[in-house]
Ligand binder design. Structure first.
Ligand SMILES: Nc1ncnc2c1ncn2[C@@H]1O[C@H](COP(=O)(O)OP(=O)(O)OP(=O)(O)O)[C@@H](O)[C@H]1O
Length: 303
C-alpha cells in the first residue's frame, strides 16, 4: 500500500455489556484497507464481522483502539459530527436493501444526498470532474447500474436484484470514500447475487471505489481482492483471492483457516497490514442486536 489507507483499524477491541456480563466481540484487531481495494470479511456467525463493520462505519465506538476513515480519527468526532461524517463519506448497502417503500427509486437514490446536506443543483460535486445537477447525477449512476428505466418505480415494483442496484446507486450518490456492504447478496438468488458481485467488482475496477463486503459466501468473497477471516473476535487469516481459481478452492482454504486454532497457512501476498492473532472464545449470546438491516439508517421511516 503506497499511500495512507482509506480505512485503518488499529488495536481495536469491542465489548458489549449484556446484563452483568461482558461479551467480547472484537479483541485487538488491526486492519488497513487501501484506497480502491475490494475486501471481503468472512467468519462464522458471531465471529465479529458486523461489529468490525459497524466500527468502521462509525455506527458504534470501540472500547479501545482507533478507527480512521479518510484520514479522520472517528474518536475525534462528536456523535453529531460522526453522523454527518458517515452520511457524507460512507456508503452503506444492506442485505435487506432498506429502501423507503413510499419513495421512487430516484428519490431513494437522492435521499442520502439531502441527508448529508449536499445539493448538486446549487453546489457541484467537487469530486466529479463532469459537473451535473442532482437529476443528471442520478441518471449517470443509474445508467452505469442499468436501472435507468426503473427510476420512477417504487421498491415494491422492482425485483430483488433491481432493488439492490437502487441501494447501490443510493450508496454512490454522495461519492463516499468507502462503501460497506453487509451480506449484499443474502436476499438474492444465486445468479442475481453474482451480477451484484460483478457490479461491485466493476465499480472497484472502473471507478476506483473502495468496497468492503461482509459475507459468509465464498462465491461472493472470490470477487474481492483480499479476504479477511475473523474467528472469535480476532483476525486469524488474510489472503489474496488471486491464489484461488474457484470459490470451492477459496472455501477450502477458508475452512482450513477456521478449523485450526491460529488460522490457516501463512497467507501469501499479504502486505503486512494485517495483524493475525490466536483465538479467544466470545460466543454469540445476545438477541437484542440484529446485524442485518438494523442500523441507524439516516432515512425516514416509510409512511
Ligand atoms: N449489542 C450487542 N449486545 C451484546 N452482544 C453483542 C451485541 N452485538 C454483538 N454482540 C455479540 O458480539 C459477538 C460478535 O457479534 P457480530 O454480530 O459482530 O458477529 P457476526 O460475525 O457479524 O455474526 P453474524 O454473521 O451472525 O451476523 C457475538 O458474540 C454477539 O453475540
Amino acid at each position: 500500500m503506497n499511500e495512507s489507507p482509506i480505512a485503518s483499524v488499529q488495536n481495536v477491541s469491542k465489548t458489549y455489556q449484556q446484563g452483568s456480563r461482558d461479551v467480547s466481540a472484537l479483541q485487538d484487531v488491526s486492519l488497513d484497507i487501501g484506497q480502491g481495494s475490494f475486501v471481503a470479511i468472512m467468519g462464522a456467525s458471531g465471529s465479529g464481522k458486523s461489529t468490525l463493520m459497524h466500527l468502521m462505519c462509525g455506527l458504534t465506538r470501540p472500547n479501545a483502539g482507533t478507527v480512521t476513515i479518510a484520514d479522520q480519527n472517528l474518536a475525534d468526532l462528536s456523535d453529531r459530527d460522526l453522523t454527518l461524517f458517515r452520511r457524507a463519506k460512507i456508503g452503506l448497502v444492506f442485505q435487506a436493501f432498506n429502501l423507503v417503500p413510499s419513495l421512487t427509486a430516484q428519490d431513494n437514490i437522492l435521499f442520502p444526498l439531502f441527508a448529508a446536506g449536499l445539493d448538486f443543483n446549487t453546489t457541484p460535486d467537487p469530486l466529479d470532474p463532469d459537473p451535473c445537477n442532482n437529476d443528471q447525477k442520478v441518471a449517470k449512476i443509474a445508467e452505469r447500474l442499468s436501472i435507468t428505466d426503473r427510476l420512477s418505480h417504487r421498491p415494491d415494483s422492482l425485483s430483488g436484484g433491481e432493488q439492490q442496484r437502487v441501494a447501490i446507486a443510493r450508496s454512490l450518490i454522495t461519492n463516499p470514500a468507502i462503501i460497506f456492504a453487509d451480506e449484499p447478496t443474502g436476499s438474492l438468488d444465486s445468479d442475481t447475487g453474482q451480477s451484484i458481485c460483478q457490479l461491485l467488482r466493476e465499480l472497484c475496477d472502473q471507478q476506483g471505489r473502495t468496497i468492503v463486503v461482509v459475507t459468509h459466501e465464498p462465491n461472493v468473497a472470490i470477487w474481492a481482492d483480499d479476504v479477511v477471516v475473523l474467528k472469535d473476535g480476532r483476525i486469524i487469516d488474510q489472503f489474496p483471492t488471486n491464489s484461488f481459481e474457484t470459490p470451492q478452492a477459496l472455501a477450502a482454504h477458508y475452512q482450513a483457516a477456521t478449523n485450526t486454532q491460529h488460522g490457516g497457512s501463512p497467507p501469501s501476498g499479504t502486505n503486512g497490514q494485517i495483524n493475525r492473532d490466536g483465538q479467544k472464545n466470545a460466543g454469540r449470546n445476545d438477541d437484542t442486536f440484529t446485524s442485518k438491516g438494523s442500523y441507524e439508517l439516516d432515512q425516514p421511516t416509510a409512511s
